[in-house]
Design a protein around this ligand. Sequence first.
Ligand SMILES: C[S@@+](CC[C@H](N)C(=O)[O-])C[C@H]1O[C@@H](n2cnc3c(N)ncnc32)[C@H](O)[C@@H]1O
Length: 389
Amino acid sequence: MTALADHLRDRIAEDGPLSVAEYMDAALTHPRLGYYMSRDPFGRGGDFITAPEISQMFGELIGLWCAVQWRAMGGPDPVNLVELGPGRGTLMADMLRAGGGAEGFVESLSVSLVEISPVLKTVQEDALVGAKNVLKARSLQWWSDFSEVPEGPLLIVANEFLDALPVRQFQKTSEGWRERMVGVSDDQKEFRFVLADGPPEDGAIPPDLSGAGAGAGAMAGDGDIIEVRPAAAALAEAIAGRLARQPGAALFIDYGHAESAVGDTLQAVKDHEYRDPLTAPGEVDLTAHVDFAAFGRAAAGAGARVLGPIGQGAFLEALGIGARAEDLMAAEPAQGREIEAALARLTSEDAMGRLFKVMALVSPGLAPPPGFEVGPPQKGLIPTPPFGE
Ligand SMILES: C[S@@+](CC[C@H](N)C(=O)[O-])C[C@H]1O[C@@H](n2cnc3c(N)ncnc32)[C@H](O)[C@@H]1O
């Protein structure tokens, strides 16, 4: 048992079973014992690898996306460039380097990093030492929650952030929906899933999932599980509220489903392998698929224009990842195989190209951003020299 497991067992003994969301929240972000709070989990030697860590092409294209979108917003100065859950800071570093190719863009930025982990904040500070030279004084700041980010025109980027926000789970029974909870076995040694005694509070499950509407919930049978992510809905509403007041755009990239669906997607990963989510809380990464339909509904309801989701592969190809890969291979022929492998991993349907999806939220009145245009495919954002290698 981990130290966090001992703590959670005591909590359950005192207050009864925890909701899956409470368990996930503690497992990831308990101030002392949470998974993200005490480690850098990325890369080959870590537990998992994310798109910006696979290739610089990912961050570069997103940096150019932001620069193009900034121009479409009229080039406000200053503009808040916000990253939610910046990991190692690699994505932001690549974005700023590529964004330097767009005249006036980087100089107008006030960069905000929303990060809950003190350990990762230090890693990000190191990754962004060079960026400080190109940004204006005091324009690189850290916050622990999006609500702290100063008001003003904004561009938001979040890669694999939503999947780390806690989900509540509900299971269909012959007596209706019951919340799935985490309790302990009779001998107190293991965690196990149990069901809440009574029905959930009114409004806990949206109609399309509960079966009250025509959505996925109407198909649910006894034993089926659905997931709801209140923290993501609250974030969508907060961002959309800002986009309705001031010009801006937000890009969310994550793995998940385009339509709300029935199914248990809670998963744990350690050392690049799947584990049991109830074993070793605090020592394994816990995530659940993003329900983009629910996220988009919450944002649209609060006033944002919602585009997508589209597959990560289609998005990156529309931005010109193929051309960027060719440039890099021409500049570094010895790394040709590595670049090709990264390109395939980021874009192909059987890797990250389809499961990972991209959704944009923009201020009402703004045109669809790059990658989401209606009509014939665009040429991509490449080349926008100088690009940097
Ligand atoms: C899976 S990592 C993604 C990292 C990075 N975006 C990337 O693509 O490499 C999740 C990131 O979100 C941060 N995080 C998780 N929950 C958070 C929360 N509630 N508030 C702020 N940051 C959070 C983690 O510490 C980590 O930096």
